[in-house]
Design a binder for this molecule. Structure first.
Ligand SMILES: [Zn+2]
Length: 342
């Protein structure tokens, strides 16, 4: 399987992160890239650099004012006397029906959902190349490959059309789905990350052409709290095209695979032409977030099960944080997937 990654994706190096109000080192570290590259190579992937795809595929799912914000906010932030080294919001609108703020501080609050997505001078280029890896993988599948892997870092599934959040800036899975839509009439996104793919859900919430399905730790007491509940089913023409499967905390392989079967029924009923797998590896039992208890062999079974759908698939990296098994878990997933795929 071809894998896509560009070195620029490693430059983003966020320092800060507030967890339950306490300052912690940001877990979305550049070192994740080395582990994931190693894991992809062990699964037999060849690593290729994506091309520069410009803003077209990104602006297909994000608003122009948001992309302008991402590109320029760090430079503007530097002109504020006494401001933090990284862009971190400290005020948010309680609803988004007021005026669009003109100031850097106001726009940071408007476009950033939380404190987990600090923006530095490297963030824009890293996020853009991460998205281009997703574009290249999607174009590879559109050209006839049965599957391709995009080593997307920074990750993307918590990014809405105009809001960053949870380590995410550009929604790589949504970008990949939209690229697939050039030829595929219907695309399904299956998100197996520990956390609900709230940004992806938000982007496609009113659309019937992209089915969004997410398995994740129950958000009743877990990030992203406000989204990921079973009663969120889509709206307008998209009603019935969003499907959430929240799992009890510490659910392990058997429960995860059972939920996956339920997800597959919905995906089969939709009869998509192509699939995006939003592959978080943080459902792992040893992941620092500790939300679910999937094992390394479990990821192999998950990969094998998803490949059993028999759909052309773009596998997009989402979460999965530093632990000894991070690379092994990617190898397990890709090997399981590849063993079953055509
Ligand atoms: Zn996650």
């Amino acid at each position: 399987m071809k894998a896509f990654y560009a070195q620029e994706q490693k430059r983003h190096d966020p320092k800060a992160f507030l967890s339950s109000g306490a300052a912690q080192p940001n877990p979305e570290k550049p070192e994740r890239v080395e582990r994931l590259l190693g894991g992809a190579k062990s699964a037999g992937c060849t690593i290729e650099r994506p091309r520069d795809h410009g803003l077209g595929p990104v602006s297909a799912v994000h608003t122009p004012e948001y992309l302008d914000f991402l590109e320029h906010i760090f430079e503007r932030w530097q002109r504020i006397e006494g401001a933090s080294a990284e862009v971190i919001p400290n005020i948010h609108p309680i609803a988004r029906n007021g005026s669009y703020p003109a100031s850097a501080v106001g726009q940071a609050g408007y476009h950033m959902a939380d404190t987990a997505c600090p923006i530095s001078g490297e963030t824009w280029q890293s996020a853009l190349w991460s998205a281009w890896s997703a574009v290249e993988a999607a174009e590879t599948v559109t050209a006839g490959a049965p599957s391709a892997y995009a080593l997307c870092r920074p990750p993307g599934h918590h990014a809405f059309a105009d809001v960053a959040g949870g380590f995410c800036f550009i929604n790589n899975s949504a970008v990949a789905a939209q690229v697939l839509r050039r030829q595929a009439a219907r695309v399904a996104i299956l998100d197996v990350d520990l956390h609900h793919g709230n940004g992806t859900q938000g982007i496609f919430y009113a659309r019937p052409d992209v089915l969004t399905v997410s398995l994740h730790a129950d958000p009743v007491r877990f990030y992203p709290f406000f989204w990921g509940h079973a009663d969120e089913r889509g709206e307008g023409p998209g009603l019935g095209y969003n499907f959430n499967l929240p799992l009890p905390r510490k659910s392990a392989d058997v429960a995860f695979l059972e939920a996956l079967e339920v997800a597959f029924q919905r995906i089969r009923s939709f009869s998509p032409d192509a699939l995006v797998v939003a592959l978080g590896l943080d459902a792992f039992e040893g992941d620092p977030f500790g939300g679910l208890s999937v094992t390394t062999p479990g990821f192999s079974r998950i990969g094998e099960a998803i490949a059993g759908l028999g759909l052309p698939a773009v596998i997009v990296q989402e979460g999965g944080y530093l632990c000894d098994e991070l690379g092994d878990n990617l190898t397990a997933f890709l090997t399981g997937f590849g063993g079953k795929a055509r």
